[in-house]
Design a protein around this ligand. Structure first.
Ligand code: PGA
Length: 249
């Protein structure tokens, strides 16, 4: 696990966008695994700027998002479909047929899980997966539980996750209780993983992910076993790590 520590959120965002830019430059038809949440917003803003400057071409890129709430329409402002359009897709030259986000409104959610997992396989897997991390160390919506879920599945959201996400809704009661998410297995199969975290509220989760026992109660801990993971942190998120374990950039 490579750990890079940046001065602040802006630098984390720039660094992350540069890594995506490098990936697309190396492989123009690459498959990106994308995340929502507050953390990657700055990365998306940097990517949009890079696109406007003619530095990056999304025309052959395929994307797979990690997750979506259940029973929220893609046009709802709280949906992750809406988030992705707003922060990235509406502003770059991506082919709309190359955008994949789990459908939280499917008639059969069981079939949707199978379909989504198969689609990732059909395109040859994810080249680089962007992740945030929850305060409870969840990745995607893989909440702490008693076993690592392999494939895309339906999950009941932790109360702490609903509380954390309530800031985007008018009231906690509006926050969905269920979501569809890639499993830790689907994430783990990505060729490269880039996890972003900023702020002191993420320091404990980062500490547990890096030094703790690998266990489903700390979903991100599985990344200790992955051969190509880079964490991009600000100083606050890295504050519980030992000096020699990371590189300042
Ligand atoms: P955040 O969410 O970026 O809004 O903190 C991260 C996550 O829950 O994975």
């Amino acid at each position: 696990m490579r750990i890079l520590v940046c001065k602040d959120y802006n630098e984390v965002s720039q660094k992350a966008a540069q890594m995506i830019l490098s990936q697309i430059t190396l492989k123009p038809n690459c498959v990106l695994g994308l995340a929502t949440g507050s953390t990657p917003i700055g990365m998306y803003e940097n990517l949009v700027t890079m696109y406007q400057q003619g530095l990056v071409d999304f025309s052959e890129v395929q994307t797979f998002n990690l997750d979506e709430y259940l029973s929220i329409s893609p046009t709802n402002e709280q949906s992750y479909h809406y988030f992705m359009n707003e922060y990235l897709f509406n502003h770059v030259n991506i082919d709309k047929n190359h955008i994949h986000i789990p459908n939280g409104m499917a008639d059969s959610m069981q079939e949707e899980c199978i379909r989504y997992e198969q689609l990732i396989k059909d395109v040859g897997g994810i080249d680089i997966q962007v992740l945030g991390i929850g305060h409870n160390a969840h990745i995607g919506f893989n909440e702490p539980t008693i076993n690592f879920e392999k494939g895309t599945h339906i999950v009941e959201l932790d109360e702490s996750t609903r509380q954390a996400n309530a800031r985007f809704f008018n009231h906690i009661d509006e926050v969905p209780k269920y979501a569809i998410t890639m499993g830790t297995g689907s994430i783990f199969k990505s060729r490269k993983i880039m996890l972003l975290a900023t702020g002191t509220s993420k320091a404990q989760a980062i500490h547990d992910m890096v030094y703790g026992k690998v266990q489903p109660e700390v979903p991100a801990s599985i990344l200790q076993f992955h051969h190509d993971v880079v964490l991009i942190l600000d100083e606050e998120a890295a504050s519980l790590l030992l000096d020699g374990d990371y590189k300042r950039v």
